[in-house]
Each structure stands twice: as C-alpha cells, then as structure tokens.
Design a binder for this molecule. Structure first.
Ligand code: NAP
Ligand code: ZN
Length: 366
C-alpha cells in the first residue's frame, strides 16, 4: 500500500441549524469581520444566523459585503484594509467559493504584510483565524488550504496555497441553499464532482482519500435525477454538501489537476461558471486517461453508477446542456495558460502541451 498522509485542521459540522447549534465556536476574538457576496448571504438567512451567534457573545463585527464572483486581488486588499482599520481579529466568510476564498486572502493580508508579487508565493507568516459557512455545494473551500483569485496581470486564475488558509471551523447547513438558482446548483455540483474525480486521478492519491472521494461521487450520483430536473429535496442538498465536503478534503491532500488547469481560461476569458468550466472537459479527460492507462477510470465509473465512459459522457452532457461555441484561435490562446498552471502537472499521467490542446479541441470543438 502507498504511504498514507491525512490531516484536517478544520472542525466540521454538517447539520441543519449548524450555526445556532455551535454558536459557542464564534467566541474566537474581540471583533469579527464578516465577508460575503453582495446579496445571497442576506437573503438566505446565513448572515442573520451569524450575527445572532456573535450577539450571544457580545462580539462586535464589521461587514465587508462586496465580494464579486471570481474575486480579484484588489477586492482582497480592500477587505484587508478594512479588517485592519476596524481592528477585526478573526474572519467569518459566508457564501460560495468566491466570498470564502476572498475571506481567506483577506485573513492572510490582514496579518501578513504581503506585496502583490508575494501574494501567490509567500513567504506566508500569519493569517487571522477563519470560520467558513458555505452556501453553495461545490468548492469545498471550507476545508482546503487554497484561495483562488483572478489575476488580471497574469490573465488567469491563480491559487494561494498555505496551511494558514485552513479555516478553524466549517459550518455546513443545507437550509441556506433552499433558493439557490438551479443553474448554480448544477454548476457547483459539477465542481464538487470534478474535485472528487481529479483527486482519484492525482499522482498524490491514496486509498484513504480515494475512498472518501468515491463516497462523495456516490452522494452526487444519488442526486443526479433531481439535479437534472431541478427537484432537489433538502436530503439531496445535504448529499451535495457532503460531496462538496469530500471533494474539498480530497483536493486539500492531492490538489486539483488537468480539468481545473483547462477550466481557468474558460472562466477568465469567457466568464463561464467555474464548475461548468470544469464539466466541459471532464468526460473527455476521462476518455484520454482510459486510453493511456486502461482501467484507471473504472473506480470512478463504478462510484457514479455508469457502466462505461459513453454513459458518463451522457450524464455530464445532460447536466450541462447546450455547449458554448469556441474557435481554434481561442484554444490556441488558452493552451499556454493551461500548461503554465501549476495544476497541470499533478495527475496520474503527465500531459504535454499537445495533449492539452487535443483535450480542449475534443471537448469544445466537437
Ligand atoms: P460563487 O461565485 O461564490 O457564487 C455564485 C453565485 O451564487 C453568486 O451570484 C452568489 O451570490 C450566489 N449564491 C451563493 N450562495 C447562494 C445561496 N445560498 N442562495 C442563492 N444564491 C447564492 O460560486 P462558487 O461556484 O461557489 O465559487 C466559485 C469560486 O470558488 C471560484 O472563484 C473558484 O475558482 C473558487 N474555488 C475555490 C476552491 C478552493 O479550494 N478554495 C475550489 C474550487 C473553486 P452572492 O454574490 O450575492 O453571494
Ligand atoms: Zn473547483
């Protein structure tokens, strides 16, 4: 058996009313900074629950509610300036991956004097403590040491990776997703599926992580019909939160690889949602790997309940619907970014630039 390494410094609770049940965990400092997107945290009840938990401990807070989707560097410096000016000594991030990642970068920048050049490389010395409350089921950011930011200078999405970014606490409650738009539900579920699958196809995979990831894929598969027709129950929402959680824990150990490397340009240049950007190349990537290393996709197919790769393609196609048109010129532009991404070299099989080009072509031009 290959060597096993497993660690998760985050206390995780997945249950209805998680914030109220674990309000004591919010007594973590003298002043909190709540980081959210523009609207959803106010509408879905998560922000009110957090404010009530803080009030129980007489902890004041400052609100930074300006995080856009796919946040950039300037947003995080602005949030960190507010955190420092207001004297916040811990961060509570509520939302999808965008506010959760911005909250991480803010916690880092508020505690470490990092220049823009050092932001993605370190040295990282300190971060404010973090509490994460995910309101989508996709990124698993609540249990990863990563923050992914759009970098306009590099014209791509880049990741900050340091164990300082692991939240101390993650509170997962499906009730916040009752009004999550169908498209976002599907796209984020596909992100969770990609994380679980890519971890099983990583050079750093272990039996322990693969077993966890496979359980997340099975949870995803149980919701498949409801995901397709938009009839998710709260039990389905809980299954997807679980799939997102296992995906996050899995990539915290293995990182993501080719599918994410290919997806970043689709989001950066074409504004395609992160999870959908991954799903556009996921099935073709499985074909590619199976061709190079026969049998390698069998555990994934088994967890999804699909008997072959054609059935896997059909499952993904049904969820993504009509694909966006792409040109060969666009693909030529994306290949160097995918090849330069640090994600593109951690998979079971190494890929060349030409492999990446073929993956884009077979996925997007077919
Ligand atoms: P998102 O950009 O956080 O949110 C997408 C949309 O959903 C926003 O309009 C948001 O509104 C809305 N929304 C969120 N929760 C909602 C709810 N409960 N009800 C109704 N609407 C809700 O999308 P995401 O897919 O979760 O996150 C994507 C980001 O995560 C990308 O930047 C990606 O690179 C990153 N990511 C990070 C990791 C990691 O390990 N750190 C892993 C994968 C992906 P508001 O703006 O109003 O909140
Ligand atoms: Zn992802």
């Amino acid at each position: 058996m290959s060597p096993i390494h497993f660690s998760l410094p985050t206390q995780v609770f997945l249950e209805t009313d998680a914030v109220a049940h674990h309000a004591a965990l919010f007594a973590r400092g003298k002043k909190a900074m709540i980081v959210t997107g523009r609207t959803s945290a106010k509408r879905n009840g998560a922000q009110d629950d957090v404010v009530a938990a803080l009030a129980q401990h007489q902890i004041p807070y400052v609100l930074y509610d300006a995080v856009p989707s796919n946040p950039g560097i300037a947003t995080c410096y602005e949030g960190a300036r507010l955190a420092k000016e207001s004297g916040a000594d811990f961060v509570i991030a509520i939302g999808g991956g965008s506010p959760m990642d911005a909250g991480k970068a803010i916690a880092l920048l508020a505690a470490s004097p990092l220049t823009r050049d050092q932001l993605f490389t370190g040295p990282y010395t300190a971060a404010l403590p973090l509490i994460h409350i995910p309101t989508t089921s996709g990124t698993g950011s609540e249990v990863t040491p990563y923050a992914i930011l759009s970098d306009d200078e590099a014209q791509t999405k880049r990741s900050i990776a340091t164990p300082l970014l692991f939240p101390q606490v993650a509170l997962l409650d499906p009730k916040y997703q009752a009004q999550l738009p169908h498209r976002t539900t599907v796209n984020t579920a596909l992100d969770a599926l990609s994380h679980n699958i890519e971890s099983m196809l990583s050079a750093r995979r272990t039996p322990l992580i693969s077993a966890l990831a496979a359980s997340g894929i099975r949870a995803f598969a149980e919701t498949r019909a409801a995901l397709a027709d938009g009839t998710l129950t709260m039990d389905d929402r809980t299954r997807l939160l679980y799939a997102s959680l296992t995906g996050g824990i899995a990539i915290a150990h293995t990182a993501t690889n080719i599918v994410h490397a290919l997806g970043y340009s689709l989001t950066y240049f074409r504004h395609i949602d992160h999870g959908r950007a991954n799903a556009l190349t996921l099935a073709t990537y499985l074909d590619f790997l199976e061709h190079r290393a026969p049998g390698v996709t069998a555990p994934i197919l088994s967890a999804t309940g699909q008997h072959d790769l054609a059935a896997f393609h059909a499952m993904i196609d049904a969820l993504i619907g009509k694909k966006e048109p792409f040109t060969t010129e666009e693909i030529d532009r994306y290949v160097p970014y995918a090849f330069a991404s640090k994600n593109s070299h951690g998979a079971i099989i190494d890929t060349t630039r030409e492999d990446l080009r073929a993956l884009y072509q077979d996925s997007l031009l077919a």
